[in-house]
Write a new protein. Sequence first.
Lengths: 113, 110
Amino acid sequence: DTAVSQTPKYLVTQMGNDKSIKCEQNLGHDTMYWYKQDSKKFLKIMFSYNNKELIINETVPNRFSPKSPDKAHLNLHINSLELGDSAVYFCASSPSGGLNEQYFGPGTRLTVT
Amino acid sequence: QKEVEQNSGPLSVPEGAIASLNCTYSDRVSQSFFWYRQYSGKSPELIMSIYSNGDKEDGRFTAQLNKASQYVSLLIRDSQPSDSATYLCAVARYGQNFVFGPGTRLSVLP
């Protein structure tokens, strides 16, 4: 029943490690996103994919690499994790077009020690 | 000037009162406006979307948009303690992604 799901919910890892977060949506939406919400709760777009193609890549370190195997899935791989990467990462999806409402997944809390 | 601004709060209202949340934006050609509610430790949940000037009502919630003043608001009537959360305003224009405001923390006191 879950519309947008993410795994894992919590991720604790050490600096320098590589980790991935997975996202799946069953809403039939064409566009998926990754957001980062930092400790001050500010929600900032990282990536946007439309039908498996990257359409927005905000200023994000290239240690972050999104991968979309199909339009229902958008994964986020992070290399060489740093302390500053600690945050909550949300996946979201929307019908095609940037003007439509977005629906968020439950989030992945990443803690880098 | 920040793109989307909101009072950070906390905004405290007594139970049963009207809570008024405000949002201003800087991009004059913005076309879509959204209010999200985020409980602590949870993900943002869409409450309302509004695309044209005027009021839009959904249950206890009313969104108001004034494009000339670059202002969008959310009114919550008969506020309940369960409405206590952070409310995020988001603004979008064609070809660009959502820009979220910093959020307003609302506390409804029993």
